[in-house]
Design a protein around this ligand. Structure first.
Ligand code: UD1
Length: 363
């Protein structure tokens, strides 16, 4: 039996990996590695419990640090693991530092790499994730893409067409699987909400690391909160800066700790709109049919604009866009299949498994 090692490390990896592991179950020997990039229970453990992911076979405990420190810690840990386990294939997910570290180590050991969510490009060199995406894709043997635009990006970067497979979005498999558990009434009760509300998520370094950007963000959120409550589950990154800039000084702002998967999506499902700088939330809101205002100058997920509910408005454009969105007729929730991006249909995991198994059989 072939041996496949899955590398996960941070919150957004887990809902992407779960359907791939499930679809490969029984066909290959699987080893689930957690690099330990995220270590708080609320960013990691709760996802394993809720998504039915198997307990990681190994946790490297890499933890936080500068980009070099963190990436290096994951690399050192993974090199040992790859040498001991001798995988036939390493599967990496998304664009976090652990993704890049795994691809680098595997490539040097001549171990093939499959990249799930390959080919996304923001063309923004200030995003650490953009560096991670580009390098990971160059080092990958199998490029599994979530949207058609990614195929074009990879082709332009010289990746042979035979290595690229448009398999759809496994994170949406997870969302559709758990849809019935996204309970907006429970979310309202949890956060003390009665009428309409907004949800905001903020964690991009460009928004939360620079004091001037934080001040602008807080001012926009306070103005939004004059219209209706804004619930903000706060990522540890930036929490102190946002609070120091007075985020809590508006009675309309409701902050919470990071939420478990189903609690967060229950909250999003019932929201009038979502304001975010996250990548994954643009995708989740699009499928749930919830208007999404992205507080960034660019997105690596333009399919959520052309085939979803997303609008790229920056921080400065949020309030005007919010007026338009709140005045517009309500959207169907969740979005019907024909209004979603192609292959965001709940079957990406089996398609990815099919590509992987064919590839292993051909070797
Ligand atoms: C990382 C990913 C980002 C992803 C995000 C999802 C990279 C470069 N960034 O960003 O793409 O969208 O995860 O959450 O890989 N911290 C904790 N507890 C934890 C982990 C982190 O408190 O369990 C705090 C630490 O202060 C740490 C900071 O958050 O320094 C940043 O963590 P890190 O993993 O470096 O990056 P994220 O901002 O979480």
């Amino acid at each position: 039996m072939s041996r496949v090692l899955h590398i996960t490390g941070a919150r957004p990896n887990f809902p992407k990996a779960a359907p791939v592991l499930a679809a490969l179950e029984g066909s290959v020997e699987q080893v689930l590695v957690h690099t330990g990039q995220h270590y708080d229970d609320r960013l990691s453990r709760v996802f394993f419990d809720e998504l039915g992911l198997p307990e990681p076979d190994l946790n490297l405990g890499a933890g936080s640090g500068s980009h070099a420190t963190q990436t290096a810690a994951v690399m050192v840990g993974l090199e040992q693991v790859f040498l001991e386990r001798q995988p036939d294939l390493v599967v990496v997910y998304g664009d976090i530092n652990s993704t890049l570290a795994a691809a680098l180590v595997a490539a040097k050991l001549l171990i093939p790499v499959a990249h799930v969510e390959a080919g996304l490009r923001s063309f923004d060199p200030t995003m650490p994730e953009e560096v991670n995406r580009r390098v990971t894709d160059q080092l990958s043997d199998l490029l599994l893409v979530t949207s058609a635009d990614a195929v074009g990006h990879l082709a332009r970067e010289g990746i042979a067409a035979g290595r690229i497979h448009f398999t759809g979005n496994p994170m949406i498999d997870t969302l559709l699987k758990h849809l019935d558990r996204f309970d907006e009434a429970a979310a309202r009760q949890r956060h003390g909400l009665s009428g309409d509300y907004l949800v905001a998520t903020l964690h991009r370094p460009s928004n939360v690391d620079d004091p001037a950007a934080v001040a602008q963000l807080v001012s926009v959120l306070h103005k939004a909160a004059e219209r209706m409550p804004v619930v903000i589950p706060l990522h540890p990154r930036g929490r102190a800066g946002l609070e120091a800039a007075g985020l809590l000084e508006s009675s309309g702002v409701v902050v919470s700790d990071p939420l478990p998967y189903t609690a967060f999506l229950g909250l999003v499902r019932g929201a009038a709109a979502v304001l975010t700088d996250s990548g994954g939330v643009q995708e989740e809101a699009s499928v749930l049919g919830v208007p999404c205002l992205t507080m960034r100058p660019n997105t690596e997920r333009p399919v959520t604009i052309t085939h979803g509910t997303n609008r790229l408005v920056g921080v400065e454009g949020v309030l005007a866009a919010l007026d338009e969105v709140l005045d517009a007729p309500p959207l169907e929730r969740p979005a019907p299949l024909e209004k979603r991006p192609p292959l965001w249909d709940g079957q990406a995991g089996p398609r990815i498994a099919g590509v992987v198994l064919d590839w292993l059989a051909a070797r």
